[in-house]
Design a protein around this ligand. Sequence first.
Ligand code: 6R9
Length: 658
Amino acid sequence: MSNESLANLLKEERRFAPPAGLAAEANVTAAAYEQAKADRLGFWAAQARRLSWDTEPTQTLDWSNPPFAKWFADGKLNVAYNCVDRHVENGLGDRVALHFEGEPGDTRSITYAELQREVSRAANALTELGVQAGDRVAIYLPMIPEAVIAMLACARIGAPHSVVFGGFSADALATRIKDADARVVITADGGYRRGKPSPLKPAVDEALGRPGTENVRSVLVVRRTGQEDVAWTEGRDVWWHDLVGRQSDQHTPQAFDAEHPLFILYTSGTTGKPKGILHTSGGYLTQTSYTHHAVFDLKPETDVFWCTADVGWVTGHSYIVYGPLSNGATEVLYEGTPDTPHQGRWWEIVQKYGVTILYTAPTAIRAAMKWGDDIPAGFDLSSLRILGSVGEPINPEAWVWYREHIGAGRTPVVDTWWQTETGSMMITPLPGVTETKPGSAQVPLPGIAATVVDDEGHEVPNGSGGYLVLTEPWPSMLRTIWGDDKRYIDTYWSRFQDRYFAGDGAKKDEDGDIWLLGRVDDVMLVSGHNISTTEVESALVSHPRVAEAAVVGATDPQTTQAICAFVILRGTAADAAGDEADEAGLVEELRAHVGKQLGPIAKPKRILPVAELPKTRSGKIMRRLLRDVAENRALGDVTTLTDSSVMDLIQAKLPAAS
Ligand code: 6R9
């Protein structure tokens, strides 16, 4: 952001106090902020003691070689033991860990005692395949219980997993297998998506034909759909039910160093090859477990937790697997899409299992808004008591809709900012403490230090914008980029001295609360003003006819960049996209609306109604592709896109608007 810090345009005045009952019983109160402020490392050492250690750590943080952190370095623990066995030993073996709901409607509830047996069998199976501590295992599975079991089995034997989204192509899988030098791939014949079985194994076969993947000696295949004729490589491929099925359900977990690698997870970044984000054991589990307990106020005896993310995303790692299970939670695992077989499927699941805590992404909330208020209204959602959001800035209108229509106007909404790199939540309200503001993640968690700085790295005053930085190391921070320490330093620790550069724009409001404003690569420079894509998008979404919006800056001779908006219209308005007279009128109305909300500088030069927006599998809008379209360039890398036909539709619309 060259000349001027991010303009602070959006004003949001709505406030929501925590419900009194929840505040009175909350797991974490305002005192936690005070304790952590007085003694940050002591605070984290205390949170580490929520876990079971084979050797209790005496050291907390070793920051003698920054930015390479060691947390709890002389401690030893087994992550899977913490997520499974200790609950069984504490007499909770009969508690349901997972309520699995398959997309076709098949269900399976797995208790902690069963989970212990399944994970033990899978750990024995991996050992039989020759997997040793330190060997990498790639996991390429649909959202089925075996995905969770496989991750825990790897953790149990100290083999770092690398989970690859089931939706990624053979190419993406091959790159990740090669980079991590994986020895085993765990996959399935297929999974169910949008009402149909969708094969997975062919992509594995294709990936393993690529150079650099030769070290994969076994492919363990779960039978999920049973529909396909599965191609089989003798000597390499083995069915899960054969191999895992015949193993002993007893397995003694071994303790590993706190800094033993737990997993690698690839994050694409905007350019270049995907970065293998490395997380280790003790610090990662300490913070995922603590944040899940604190931010969702989890009462494991009575709550039913549901995180709708895919396990292939960090949100699934931290808040389907490690956070909830380390806390002994009962949770829902759902295989499919929200609108299969009908647009009320999620709400039906909430009603069926009595879900009390729901954690999802703004993209899903905006989709539900678009489908209409009457759909969730048709289900009993009264069990819900806390709602969470993650993945993108949540537009204030979507936040308020979520609270009103899903949370009956009474549940706190926690907007949680974090990244694959941070491992767990970093900036978020606490449901029993914070008076919430729609659209803002607000405050760093106890023990977390974050602020907003300008170009020179000076902290900005309240009321101004700049770059989000983290000013102290935290337990679940990434340790490096797999095999590339230099890229780790360059990407995160070089932009500002001694501070972690998150790559997100942010502002501090008059109270000092933090608002996230989107990736800095997406920030627009218009006539000398840095304008956030998020704020313009939120202004558009606050118009009753706009369901979703994506805004980019396109090169412009007069203003450096010009704001170009792609909007999805609500309900019947989508058809009106074909009606040019209506469209022209609406575009003018939307420009005026943004001007009124944010000021004339933020008025989009072009507004283009479209049927869909390009998104990643985790639901993030890929603005870089829209920028390519707006600047009439060939599209960049589309391999992480959910549905590449979306771009054809958008490009087809373009001439009409220029
Ligand atoms: C957990 C996750 C990280 C990027 C992050 C930011 C965006 C995530 C957000 C949010 C605003 C929130 N992001 N949560 N922006 N408010 N509550 O999403 O990890 O996939 O690595 O993405 O997502 O831009 O930098 P990851």
